[in-house]
Design a binder for this molecule. Structure first.
Ligand code: PDD
Length: 287
């Protein structure tokens, strides 16, 4: 099906939406993005995604080119126009296309930002066969830049990490700095030991996941014990269970790390319960 996408104020068929070769997103990865999940044709955690988007833009001296209300309308219109039931809305904002390639930022009064949004249908997002099976991860060095808290479109290394995982027969990679797990290639990492849920605290070293925050809130409300501290890859391999969180996977159990099976090799009770709670709460709160 030909999708309708949004580009700089227009709704167009996907094959008619074009961005300049001078766009700084293309030339310099000078842009930020958000991925908002859609359940029952409704947006999950929209307000929190916009708050993070505003922060990413501010850190890079950019502005939000639309009002929050307009942005919500664009998201909802794309969901409607594409009859999206389960999936994602992808949004990207770049510093635009100045007439020349130049390392200095263009004057924002002369160079309008580029904003694009499109949908991706993902049937089975909530009723995921993979979640019943769990995923395998490998560990790799985290060689990304120092501002991973900004959701920029510089995704080459995470993409390479994903390929390293696939080539070794795993599903994803957890990245390590000084022996400690930072996060997954496109998700936040958690382990569970003696019913305690452990995840790395927020800093510039990881993306401040919206799903991470929601899952932590739901875990606390369900009286689960939660600790924010760094954990090593050895500790992860000795954990009772592990899982990742992201808008594209919700809560996804991890059953193997670097070839070491966790527990009995099936999704853990805590991860499974948190996935159920997360999806049912999102169904109630999505808009
Ligand atoms: N990725 N860490 C990284 C490096 C990420 O790229 C993501 C999200 C997360 C989880 O954040 P959230 O819960 O807000 O989705 C953590 C998105 C889904 C992506 O790049 O497709």
């Amino acid at each position: 099906m030909m999708r309708t996408v949004y580009i700089n104020g227009d709704y167009l068929p996907e094959n008619e939406a074009k961005v300049s070769i001078f766009d700084r997103g293309f030339l310099m990865a000078d842009g930020v993005y958000e991925v908002t999940s859609v359940i029952d044709s409704k947006l999950v955690d929209f307000d929190r995604h916009v708050t993070r988007l505003q922060r990413s833009l501010k850190e890079l001296e950019m502005k939000l080119p639309l009002s929050v209300r307009e942005l919500l309308e664009v998201h909802q219109e794309l969901v409607r126009a594409n009859r999206l039931e389960e999936g994602l809305v992808y949004l990207q904002i770049t510093r635009g296309a100045p007439p020349e390639r130049d390392f200095s930022f263009p004057n924002p009064d002369e160079t309008p930002q580029t904003i694009v949004l499109f949908t991706q249908s993902k049937p089975g997002l909530t009723d995921s066969p993979l979640a019943k099976q769990g995923i395998k991860v490998i560990s790799i060095d985290d060689i990304r830049w120092g501002r991973r808290d900004i959701k920029t479109v510089q995704l080459l290394y995470p993409s390479m990490g994903k390929m390293m995982a696939l080539k070794s027969g795993a599903d994803d990679a957890w990245m390590l700095q000084d022996g400690y797990v930072t996060e997954g290639t496109s998700n936040n990492a958690f382990i569970v030991k003696n019913k305690k849920i452990i995840t790395r605290p927020l800093s510039n070293k990881i993306l401040h996941g919206i799903t991470r925050a929601s899952v932590m809130r739901f875990a606390k409300e369900s009286q689960m014990e939660l600790v924010e501290r760094c954990f090593s890859i050895e500790e992860a391999k000795a954990a009772d269970e592990a899982f990742i969180t992201s808008a594209s996977n919700f809560v996804m159990p991890v059953v193997e790390i670097d070839g070491v099976t966790l527990g009995d090799g099936t999704p853990g009770l805590v991860a499974t319960r948190l996935r159920e709670i997360y999806i049912s709460e999102c169904r109630k709160q999505a808009k």
